[in-house]
Design a protein around this ligand. Structure first.
Ligand code: PLP
Length: 261
């Protein structure tokens, strides 16, 4: 028996299809040899063709889940995913203030690749004001970064967008390049608070589901293991690339689920 295993907490949405959200997070955390804890902030009914229903649990119950985790486990890192609305965001921000975890990786989930809204548009201000200042790192994709900045981003303006995101008052920013399809290489840009790093991978012709969730929880896992931020991001980007190479299609839709080996 191992006497102790470091814990990582994911506060996110559940995906009944097992490809994204809490399910992807727990598989990723386990693949890093860590103990996964979860506080379910939203429930989605979904499969490989889209989201069919969403339900948001009572915030008192969300608070109880988060407090139960912090009362008993040494939480080395927190990953935040789908938070659904402003009420949930305020409850999560309050909990982060109460428990002050050292590492917080925020995946600002807004819209699923299928087009389903996973965050109410009115909640964007709460996310900006309450969560960005508490995050060690945010991991927006291009559409999320465009909503956060209120402007369009292309290949030429991605470096300036990275700096503008950092100027929103967040410690670190990983701007994911997956949606910039002008180049054969996919470039993720990290501003670690001091310098900019670029992580490049060949673009894969696969419609991966849950890549953002997997990346953010892999970064949280690497931070929990003690990696410095740039190393954690590089290792996590490599992990997602490998998981995409061996992705599989478990349902009737064209969407593939990552292999979290
Ligand atoms: N469902 C949940 C619960 C999620 O958290 C997310 C993304 O973070 C998605 C679905 C969408 O995943 P994707 O856009 O990779 O298909």
């Amino acid at each position: 028996m191992h006497p102790c295993r470091t814990s990582v907490l994911t506060i996110a949405g559940s995906d009944s299809g097992g490809g994204a959200g809490i399910q992807a997070d727990l598989k990723t955390i386990a693949a890093h040899g860590l103990h996964g804890l979860s506080a379910i902030a939203a429930l989605t009914a979904q499969h490989t063709r889209g989201v069919t229903a969403v339900q948001v649990p009572d915030v008192g119950f969300l608070r109880a889940q988060i407090d139960a985790c912090f009362e008993d486990f040494a939480v080395a890192a927190v990953k935040l995913g789908m938070l659904a609305n402003a009420t949930v965001i305020h409850a999560v921000a309050d909990a982060l203030e109460r428990h002050a975890p050292k590492q917080v990786v925020l995946d600002p989930v807004m819209v699923a690749s299928s087009g389903a809204r996973l965050l109410e548009p009115e909640a964007l201000d709460a996310l900006r004001q309450r969560l960005l200042p508490r995050a060690t790192l945010i991991t927006p994709n291009i559409p999320e970064a465009e909503l956060l900045l209120g402007r369009v981003i292309d290949d030429a303006s991605a470096d300036a967008a990275l700096q503008a995101l950092r100027d929103l008052g967040v410690a670190g920013v990983l701007l994911k390049g997956g949606h910039l399809d002008g180049t054969p290489q996919m470039i993720d840009r990290l501003h670690d608070g001091e310098i900019v790093h670029r992580f490049e991978h060949p673009r894969l012709e696969v419609e991966g589901h849950g890549t953002g969730c997997t990346l953010a929880s892999a970064i949280a896992s690497r931070l929990a293991l003690g990696d410095p931020l740039p190393d954690a991001c590089r290792a996590a980007a490599d992990y997602v690339h490998g998981a995409l190479v061996s992705a599989y299609r478990p349902g009737k839709g064209s969407v593939a689920v990552l292999d979290h080996f």
